[in-house]
Design a protein around this ligand. Structure first.
Ligand code: PLP
Length: 510
């Protein structure tokens, strides 16, 4: 006989975890806390990164798990107040130990100070657990996704009704999805029978500075990372169309199958945008699939001033564009677009009778996102973008691109005006790479200058004053910023130069 095991205590705990009154009470507490948090952080008060070594953070996180839980006996009048106290203390702990991306001294990786208002829409999706896979599980989430796919696709230059797209969990997964589609189209039957072929193994030709996720995709797709061929770059680290043409000719002459050319708009290291119209022409000439990783720079299409950087993008066979980068919404919300809408069903061919219902009426099955994405359950990732766009209009996205791209270019001018700083390129967008070279190091070997810059950065970020990142240019360490907080100003960048000099002075270079 099956007995009903729930005790009164279990019922009380479950009731508390789902209590509408508590949701209201804690929601108010959260709103108050977040308002106070952004009032100080947006003004640049306090630390950017709250640095602690991982073992310290993990120990503290564990301590919270082993605290005595709040006694949820509903008969006790102080119960709700105790829950609220505990909630406030947990939220404060999270905020006190995080990286404050909204601090205007955060100019680090390509992860934005996202609009917190967009997060409120995400919270609605999260609180009600709206997911997709099949339309009927998330009818509104699916409709919202389709509406932003259409709106962003048209913004990128594709014509209404002629293309298809989807949203997935991040640029890496988006690149993998686009390249999987290219593989399945180029190597017929590879989904069913694998990629082994008689003759020379197929290749993928990529921008030499492509994000590591592109090469990783080649490994995952069974092509092999050794089959990734790096296309030559020009003096501004953009893919060189003539070099690409030669490379494609050589591979065609040896009857090697070319799964795709993967270009960038823009490439991660210094934000170089490939000359897409020329690359489109070369790929068309050789009849090769063109995939463009526009995870960072696709949003330039919103801007009248910078839209020219992505001219030709709409002619690619597959395009990746991350809203959680330059559309300033919280992670993760990444688009994959296909110029030919039929290609949206080429990546995955699955039979799952427990999920996909062959009797679904007409158009609804076209909204079953699980047929087009790696995810089965997929969060309502478009709510933030849809909410922001619906309230503020598309001009907001243009404003944020213009503000941050303008400041990137201005920062290069500021660096070039200082004798002890060296800007390593002419920035096309908001990614700027440079070195600090004090007088004493002017004649030092490049490796010493690179190492010095790494040390300066490490000390600076651990102090909490700024968050910037490091990279290697031609094998030598360098500093890198992405101005991806629209609240950062020229004044903050002047403060960065002062801080770098101060930290540099404190480092013993002997
Ligand atoms: C050009 C480019 N593509 C792809 C990615 C990966 O995107 P995600 O971090 O969303 O997976 C990045 C990350 O910065 C990138 O710069």
């Amino acid at each position: 006989m099956i007995t009903h095991a729930a005790t009164a205590a279990a019922r009380d705990r479950i009731a508390a975890a789902f209590s509408p009154e508590l949701i209201g009470r804690l929601g108010h507490a959260l709103a108050e806390t977040m308002q106070a948090h952004f009032q100080t952080v947006n003004r640049g008060e306090g630390n950017v990164l709250n640095w602690n070594v991982p073992s310290v953070n993990v120990r503290l996180a564990h301590e919270h798990l082993s605290h005595k839980p709040v006694n949820v006996d509903p008969a006790r009048s102080e119960f709700a107040a105790e829950i609220e106290d505990r909630f406030r203390s947990l939220v404060s702990t999270i905020l006190a130990r995080s990286n404050n991306l909204h601090h205007p001294h955060y100019i680090g990786h390509q992860v934005p100070a996202s609009s917190p208002i967009a997060a409120l829409f995400d919270a609605v999706g999260s609180a009600t657990n709206q997911v997709m896979a099949i339309y009927e599980m998330g009818p509104w989430a699916s409709a919202v996704e389709r509406s932003v796919v259409e709106a962003v696709g048209e913004q990128l230059g594709m014509s209404k009704g002629t293309f298809a797209g989807l949203i997935t969990h991040g640029g890496s997964l988006a690149n993998l999805t686009g390249l999987l589609t290219a593989r399945n189209v180029c190597l017929a039957q590879s989904w069913e029978s694998g990629v082994a072929r008689p003759g020379r193994p197929p290749v993928m030709i990529v921008h030499a500075d492509a994000h590591y996720g592109i090469t990783r995709s080649a490994g995952i797709l069974g092509l092999g990372t050794h089959q990734v061929i790096r296309a030559p770059l020009d003096h501004r680290r953009r893919m060189d169309p003539r070099g690409l043409d030669q490379l494609l000719t050589e591979y065609r002459d040896t009857s090697t199958q070319i799964v795709a050319v993967a270009a960038c708009a823009c490439a991660t290291p210094i934000g170089a945008f490939d000359p897409l119209p020329d690359i489109v022409e070369v790929c068309r000439k050789h009849d090769v699939w063109l995939h463009v990783d526009a995870a960072h720079g696709g949003a330039a299409a919103f801007s009248d001033k910078y839209g020219h950087l992505v001219d030709g993008l709409a002619e690619a066979d597959s395009i990746v564009c991350d809203a959680h980068k330059m559309m300033f919404v919280p992670a993760l919300c990444a688009f994959v677009f296909y110029r030919n809408p039929a290609h949206r069903f080429e990546a995955f061919r699955q039979d799952a009778p427990y999920l996909f219902d062959p009797s679904t009426p007409g158009e609804t099955s076209d909204f079953d996102s699980g047929l087009m994405t790696i995810e089965c359950t997929k969060r309502a990732a478009a709510y933030g973008l849809w909410g922001l766009w619906s309230m503020f209009g598309r001009q907001l996205f243009a404003d944020m691109v213009d503000t941050t791209f303008d400041l990137g270019r201005r920062f290069a001018e500021m660096l070039n005006a200082e004798p002890d700083f060296e800007c390593l390129h002419e920035p096309q967008c908001n990614i700027v790479v440079f070195r600090y070279i004090p007088d004493e190091l002017r004649d030092a070997p490049p490796s010493q200058i690179g190492e010095f810059n790494r040390q300066v950065r490490r000390q600076l970020i651990e102090s909490g004053e700024f968050y910037i990142v490091q990279t290697n240019i031609n094998g030598v360490g360098a500093l890198r910023v992405t101005i991806i907080n629209p609240l950062t100003t020229e004044q903050h960048l002047s403060e960065l130069l002062v801080a770098l000099r101060r930290v540099g002075n404190s480092i013993d270079q002997t």
